[in-house]
Design a binder for this molecule. Structure first.
Ligand code: PSU
Ligand code: MN
Length: 308
């Protein structure tokens, strides 16, 4: 037994699926605790799990509770995460202390990847990843998500990244770290609320099966690190880029005035954006997560089918 296994609580259904080589998809919990308001966050978390099931895969939402890494949550766990005011946002840095001190922890993209790999889960669905922040030159604010993508073997399905980040620098960082960013039915990086950006991707695929082949080949080659699948928001749910950029710029400026730093930056900006758009951005956020769940579930299944 590996020493970390003593800290893992894998839900029976997930354990059974893994033992039988059935498709499993991990989900993060910071999007629940720090990414969306209550009760939309609980509705989102449940619906995402349901969509993954509809694709023939088993969902496993990850969080830290009672000094344990929970892989697969009960409804009660979910309510605790969604409602409690004392949930710690857990990135790689925070994982050991939050477990040791038995705090309630919500996992980011980085720490969800770590826990998914511990549980031997290959796929993880989220909304948007963290990245290089605007104003990086003076703050050095780069999300630990990028370093995790460089070293942990999990495929992450997202809708690109929010324009709260410096998208060209985020892409350069990923390139340097050897992370493949694959557009699913898009040749440019989707920018979360919008389907497009000016950034050309090095690779795009039209078929889920091709994504599965790439994931499996990377595994055979023993290349460490993640793969990022960028799946654009559905057209009907997308929001005008210029309108969003104006709101985002305002939120970023306010964060400087308010002296927001460190791990508070991203949640602060997400909250401000929801307020400024009067909830419109939240609807788009929900739609893109559901869309990612659909593709993630299909990809996990296609990968397992290829391995048969
Ligand atoms: N971007 C979003 N929604 C989110 C996050 C990012 O559009 O909920 C969350 C994710 O959990 C991500 C984390 O991993 O914020 C990044 O935080 P930081 O920039 O502090 O690394
Ligand atoms: Mn940061």
């Amino acid at each position: 037994m590996k020493s970390f296994e003593a800290y893992l609580d894998i839900k029976a259904e997930v354990k059974k699926a893994l033992a039988n080589n059935l498709p499993v998809v991990a989900l993060e919990s910071t999007i629940i605790s720090h990414g969306m308001p209550y009760p939309d966050n609980v509705i989102m978390a449940k619906k995402v799990e349901q969509i993954i099931r509809e694709q023939g895969a088993i969902p496993a939402t990850i969080a830290i509770l009672d000094g344990r890494i929970k892989v697969g949550l009960t409804d009660e766990d979910l309510e605790t995460l969604a409602k409690s005011k004392h949930v710690v946002k857990v990135s790689r840095r925070d994982l050991a202390s939050v477990i040791a001190m038995k705090q309630i922890g919500a996992t980011t993209v980085a720490s969800t990847m770590i826990c998914a790999e511990m549980a031997n889960i290959k796929f993880f669905v989220t909304g948007g990843i963290g990245g290089v922040h605007k104003g990086y030159e003076s703050t050095l604010d780069v999300s630990a998500d990028l370093e995790e993508l460089a070293q942990t073997n999990v495929t992450v399905i997202c809708a690109g990244a929010k324009a709260i980040l410096d998208l060209p620098r985020t892409m350069e960082y990923l390139e340097t770290k050897g992370v493949s960013v694959i557009g699913y039915k898009t040749k440019v990086l989707p920018a979360f609320y919008t389907r497009t950006s000016d950034i050309k991707l090095h690779l795009h695929v039209e078929k889920i099966n091709d994504l599965a082949k790439i994931v499996l080949t990377k595994e055979h080659l023993n290349l460490k690190g993640g793969i990022l699948v960028a799946n654009p928001i559905p057209e009907a749910d997308s929001i005008d880029g210029d309108y969003m950029n104006e709101i985002i710029d305002k939120a970023v400026k306010q964060s400087v005035v308010d002296h927001v730093e460190g791990k508070d930056v991203t949640p602060y900006l997400l909250k401000k954006i929801v307020e400024e758009t009067k909830g419109k951005s939240l609807q788009a956020n929900l739609a893109l997560v559901y869309n990612n769940a659909c593709i993630g579930g299909q990809l996990a299944k296609a990968y397992q089918d290829l391995k048969k």
